[in-house]
Each structure stands twice: as structure tokens, then as C-alpha cells.
Design a protein around this ligand. Sequence first.
Ligand SMILES: [Zn+2]
Length: 190
Amino acid sequence: MQRIKTDGLRSGLKYAVPNLSDRPGGDRTIAAQHIHALLPSEPGTYALILHCHTAGEQPVGALGQVRTEVGFYIYVGSALGPGGIRGRVARHLREAKKPHWHIDYLRRTMPVTAIWYAETASVQEHHWALTIDNWSQAEKLVPGFGASDCQCESHLFFCSVPPSLPAVRERLETTEDQTAVVVKSVAMDR
Ligand SMILES: [Zn+2]
């Protein structure tokens, strides 16, 4: 059985869904459906935790070939448009037929294992990226990834072990202008 664990939003509530991982794309669809119902449609900031199973090189649009390692990647983004966090994350969980963002390329080979998110009215993705960049668990970054339109070095960070939200939650819960927000997480337990 595959379980989707929630933290914060509806703590203690667990969803058990059939394990369809032997059907191509099946588990992704099921997980996306369940997660869709859990996430708010309010605007916000999010981080996708991706699991990289094999080291190698991947083409990532204008960035060219990007080297990936076995471990976990944290990708930071904003969902301030229509559909909010729910709409944007649901899009990331579907495999993009036509890649648009850098992250669409990585999603072809890396499943999302967890999502961290906060309802934020203003842009906090660069603050999150800088916070994670300065965090000891984030060992490396992929230069320029997801950061074509900003001053950040990157919006993609590598951790060799699963990144721990409690370890960085407090720093993410204070916005750039010192407003308090609540960071929640949804994890797919395989
Ligand atoms: Zn940025």
C-alpha cells in the first residue's frame, strides 16, 4: 500500500491508496489526485522534494546538460496565479509533455516525494531559496536553475539525505518583511 502522510494541514489523517507503481505513470496519477484535494488554492510559496535514483546528466532547456546525483533535490517556486498552490503543484505532479520550466525536465526522471508550502500573499520564493542555500543540509546547488529571472544563484539544491522540514521550518516561517507564515508539508511515503 502506498500512503500519503500529511503534516499540519490535517494532522493525523492518512490516505491509503492502491500501489499502482507497476503501471507506468499510475502511481503518479493517484498521488496527484489525493494531493490535489489536500493543498490550498490560495497563493503561496512551495518547495518540491524530488528523489534522484540514478546519477547522470540530463538536458535542462537553455541550461544545457545538468549533472545529477543520487539523493534529493529541493526546488523552490511561487504559486501566486489562479489555482494557487494546488494548481501549480498539481501541474508539477503531472509529467509535462512540453517542458516549460527547468523543473519540468527533471520531473521526467525524478518523482516528487514531498511538498512544503505556505500561504503567502507576496513573493517569498527568493527568500526561501536563499534560506535553503544557507542551510547546512543543502550541500550543493545547480547554478542558474529556476533562477533565470532573479538574482538568486539557484532555486534547486541537492541534499544527500532526505531534507528535514523541522530543521529549517522556523527560518522559512519568517518572511522577508518579518511576517509570520505557517509552513506545512505533504509527503508521499513509498
Ligand atoms: Zn530567486
